[in-house]
Design a protein around this ligand. Structure first.
Ligand code: NAP
Length: 280
């Protein structure tokens, strides 16, 4: 299984996304819990959620799914709204997340995206939560290089453990500058929406990429996901059913030859200049 590092821990390069989970019928919820457990039972450990997802419904679902698992084996990541990015509001937001998750600490807590609260204040709030033992590590999401440089210059800014950003075949802009910047500074890269989010259900690959998938006995989804799990990226696909989860799990060990990667690059161009960070 491909592994990477997150917040000082060795973790599988595939994590579990949870956006839109926990919002459906009881039967759907049951499927979703089964999907998460299928991932955990097959060695996944990182679960990505947020107070935003279903207004807490995804965190509640995660809490139900992880009950009975060994806490030390799990790496639970959640995110707070930018308007909860002051020390006082973050503390309340975290208490809500922990309650819904049924946990007494988070492994990683992220600012979901940048808002109007000064980063200095947000950093101080995250440090206080860490000192209180309520979070093991902290980081950010949807921040570009300039934001990360600004953070790095602040007290405690060098303690940022991760930046979670959009990364898939259609959205490769981060390869130009953000990825190398984070690699150099040891900031973990969590890549979200590997299938392009909701549109993931109907991925259509160009013929030359489909041929690579067929030659490697992969589905289009497996190829797309496997491609994101390169260069220490922790990819967090969301799968609402055990069938999707099982298909995705099989992508963990897929590697590509330089020729295959070059062919994929011809279909989905590498960035050759700075592109503004895309976000969903
Ligand atoms: N930090 C941020 O701002 C941010 C933003 C977006 C997402 N995220 C995180 O990243 C996670 C993943 O991104 P995402 O949920 O936007 O999209 P995604 O993982 O790129 O795509 C999810 C879509 O792909 C489908 N899918 C999954 N496996 C499949 C398979 N094997 N075959 C066919 N279809 C498959 C899912 O269908 P089913 O649901 O039916 O399985 C769903 O429609 C989120 O859940 C969230 O945790 C973070």
């Amino acid at each position: 299984m491909k592994n990477t590092q997150l917040a000082g821990r060795k973790v599988p390069a595939m994590g579990i996304g949870t956006w839109y989970l926990g919002e459906g019928s009881p039967a759907q919820t049951e499927q979703e819990i089964a999907s998460l457990r299928c991932g955990l039972d097959h060695g996944l450990s990182v679960i990505d959620t947020a107070e935003m997802y279903g207004d807490g419904a995804a965190e509640t679902l995660v809490g139900d799914a992880i009950r009975g698992y060994n806490r030390d084996d799990l790496v639970v990541v959640s995110k707070f709204y930018p308007w909860h990015a002051t020390a006082a509001k973050m503390k309340v937001a975290l208490a809500g997340s922990l309650h819904r998750l049924g946990l007494d600490y988070l492994d990683l807590y992220l600012l979901h995206w940048r808002g109007s609260t000064p980063l200095r204040e947000t950093l101080a709030g995250m440090q206080a939560l860490q000192q209180a033992g309520l979070i093991r590590a902290f980081g950010v999401s949807n921040l570009d290089v300039a934001d990360l440089k600004e953070l790095a210059a602040l007290p405690g800014g060098d303690q940022i453990q991760a930046n979670e950003v959009l990364y898939n075949l259609q959205s490769r802009g981060i390869e130009y500058d953000l990825m190398p910047y984070q690699a150099k500074r040891g900031i973990g890269l969590i890549g979200y929406s590997p299938f392009g989010s909701g549109a993931g259900r109907s991925i259509r690959l160009p013929r030359q990429v489909q041929e690579i998938a067929r030659a490697k006995h992969l589905s289009d989804h497996q190829l797309v996901l496997a491609w994101t799990m390169r260069d220490h990226v922790l990819s967090i696909p969301k799968a609402a059913t055990p069938a999707h989860m099982t298909e995705n799990l099989a992508a963990r060990d897929v590697t590509f030859t330089p020729d295959e990667l070059a062919s994929i690059d011809r279909a989905f161009r590498r960035p050759t200049h700075k592109q503004p960070l895309e976000m969903i």
